[in-house]
Design a protein around this ligand. Structure first.
Ligand SMILES: NC(=O)c1ccc[n+]([C@@H]2O[C@H](COP(=O)([O-])OP(=O)(O)OC[C@H]3O[C@@H](n4cnc5c(N)ncnc54)[C@H](OP(=O)(O)O)[C@@H]3O)[C@@H](O)[C@H]2O)c1
Length: 299
């Protein structure tokens, strides 16, 4: 059985939907089993009584990148100490761990897709604590997989697609940054990949433990992404008013934290290990919007 931690978050919700649809036994927890409390994790791991846990998937995290700058201790508890606790709990029951990390572990000054073994150099509190979380995971359970992803959007929670659809409907013009490059990634696709990794390992294929990168295919700027959201949103009837989108630089857009300018991840390792065909970012955006999921919850 899989223990899904953070089952109410954006990625956790997508995973729970897929576990249910594919009849994969799992049990989900969120804040009610606090990942910063090792005793609570240990008690749940050993006494929840509904089956033997063979995998823990951790989607819980502190994900408010800007707020993290003012709350480094809270962010560290969730992103570094929490994963250490989870990894230790997994080890104590002999379970494998699959943990999620981020492109923010890199400084974003690169000019070719980041590989898993490229040096990390986070430039903000969120990235730093996530990087430290990667280390604490492997220190506490060497039977661990970490998938780094980037630019996630999904049905549940605040994300760029929801925000853009709302603003495009409300405003005549929008400024969107044109100097940060990455790969928009539908949480549904990532959830399916997590599931594929677990079922592949459970079927007996040896997939080495370690770090893997996963995003949708292709890379663009936030401005390009906004333009595509607008084009598809108009075509699918999710947007009913005109909006002009103009490019700007990060310097023109006040933000608490510096964001990486280049966040593109090299996915060769996971594609080879799992034989994956990864959908292009714009194809997945269309699939997401056609499900009506862009409309369901606006922030
Ligand atoms: N979102 C992105 O663009 C992005 C990009 C790259 C990587 N990632 C990584 O992907 C993973 C999933 O991200 P996400 O966007 O799905 O996150 P999310 O929506 O913020 O979900 C995190 C979940 O963890 C819960 N949580 C908070 N504190 C907890 C605690 N002490 N104990 C147990 N659960 C707790 C949250 O509850 P509350 O909502 O009540 O706080 C929330 O349900 C994270 O590891 C994140 O770092 C995300």
């Amino acid at each position: 059985m899989i223990w899904l931690i953070g089952n109410k978050g954006m990625l956790g919700t997508e995973l729970a939907l897929r576990f249910e649809a594919q009849h994969i036994p799992y049990i989900g927890t969120d804040r009610e089993v606090d990942i910063t409390n090792p005793a609570a994790l240990a008690a749940f791991a050993t006494h929840q009584g509904t089956g033997v846990i063979t995998w823990i998937v951790n989607c819980a995290a502190y994900t408010a990148v800007d707020k993290a700058e003012d709350a480094p201790a809270v962010c560290r508890r969730l992103n570094a100490i929490g994963p250490a606790n989870i990894a230790a709990a997994a080890r104590s029951i002999g379970a494998r761990l699959l943990h999620i990390s981020t492109d923010y572990v890199f400084n974003g000054t690169g000019n070719r897709p980041y590989r898993e073994d490229d040096p990390t150099d986070p430039i903000g509190v969120y990235g730093l604590t996530k990087r430290d979380g990667e280390r604490t995971v492997f220190e506490n359970n060497d039977r661990s997989y970490i998938i780094r992803t980037a630019w996630l959007y999904g049905k549940h929670g605040n994300n760029f697609v929801h925000t853009m659809l709302r603003l495009m409907q409300e405003r005549d013009t929008l400024l969107v940054v044109h100097d940060q490059r990455g790969s928009p990634t539908w949480a549904g696709d990532l959830a399916q990949t997590v599931l594929t990794l677990i079922t592949t390992v459970d079927a007996g294929t040896v997939i080495p433990y370690g770090i893997y990168h996963y995003t949708n295919e292709g890379n663009i700027t936030w401005f390009d992404f906004a333009q595509e959201i607008y084009t598809q949103g108009r075509r699918l009837g999710l947007l009913t008013t005109d909006c002009t989108i103009n490019p700007c630089t990060s310097d023109e857009f006040p933000a608490k934290v510096k964001r990486p300018h280049y966040s593109v991840l090299d996915k060769t390792k996971i594609k080879t290990a799992l034989g994956l065909e990864i959908p292009a970012w714009n194809v997945s955006l269309e699939a997401f919007l056609k499900l009506g999921e862009g409309k369901r919850k606006t922030v």
